[in-house]
Design a protein around this ligand. Structure first.
Ligand SMILES: [Zn+2]
Length: 275
């Protein structure tokens, strides 16, 4: 299970209407949403990996301490939610290095994992994995092997792989279900709110049974916040994707907790699997 820890106004789809300089002046909702989420996880015996923006760690160090106390893993989501493909290799290194230091100073624990904003490690960023190794990361969960207008690397492996020769470093992709040769997204986010719950459950179960693999599921704290302020000036498509079925999310997550066993990513994929 994984959570991308950012506030509702920080999503890439809002870049055109909310610039980064204004983030500071917008009342945050991530803290109360995450507290609700921690309760939901505890009630359903879920432990997760939180991919945290450096920006969030600086604003809410106490929130990170609460997440760690509940037994979850802290990993990096970069500093300011800039796509990897919009950075040079050098800028990218600075970004991941700084974010790792901030998170480690804040939690006192080593940070092993990284997730790129908008799954933006792709064919245009061949240096990204090497930079992650150089910065001391052990895994990334940044590739979504699907076709999508904002992200995706459709021909990448569907399950954990070593992107750099002779290195133990792993890419642990977002889960897809292969149906008649097509990779169908099965990893949460907007698709989980779009699909009926039963379809999501069927897709994840199929990956568990047919492929014999654990699923990587992700979502954001704002997805359980149906009363978040509506942002003006968005395209119809962005509005649809962002606000669809927010009121159903918490119930669906609880059902996921009952139907499957969810653990933090380091435990499932790095440390020999859950006990
Ligand atoms: Zn994100």
């Amino acid at each position: 299970m994984s959570v991308d820890l950012e506030d509702y106004f920080q999503v890439s789809a809002f870049n055109a209407v909310i610039n980064r300089e204004s983030w500071q002046s917008i009342p945050g909702r991530v803290e109360s949403n995450t507290d609700n989420l921690l309760e939901l996880f505890a009630a359903n015996n879920i432990t997760a990996t939180f991919f945290v923006l450096g920006w969030i760690a600086r604003q809410y160090p106490e929130l990170l301490a609460r997440i760690v106390r509940e037994g979850h893993e802290i990993a990096s989501h970069g500093m300011n939610h800039i796509r990897v493909s919009a950075q040079s290799a050098h800028e990218f290194f600075q970004d991941i290095h700084t974010s790792k230091q901030i998170l480690e100073n804040c939690t006192g624990q080593p940070v092993r994992g990284y997730r790129a904003a908008s799954f933006s490690i792709n064919g245009k960023t061949p240096w990204a994995f090497e930079k992650l190794i150089e910065a001391g990361f052990q895994y990334s969960s940044s590739v979504y092997p699907v076709r999508h207008d904002h992200y995706g690397m459709p021909d990448a492996p569907r399950f954990s792989w070593n992107p750099v020769k002779n290195e133990a470093f792993r890419e642990i992709p977002l889960t897809t279900c292969n149906i008649s040769g097509v990779n169908v997204p099965a990893a949460g986010g907007g698709y989980f709110r779009l699909y009926p719950y039963r379809l999501s459950k069927w897709l994840i179960r199929r990956v568990n049974i047919r492929d014999g693999q654990s699923a990587v599921f992700y979502f954001h704290p704002w997805e359980i916040d149906a009363s978040q302020p509506r942002v003006a000036g968005l395209s119809r498509k962005t509005r649809f994707r962002h606000y669809l079925n927010l009121n159903r999310m918490a119930d669906r997550l609880a059902r996921l907790g009952q139907d499957f066993r969810w653990r933090r990513m380091d435990e499932v994929f790095l440390d020999g699997g859950p006990a």
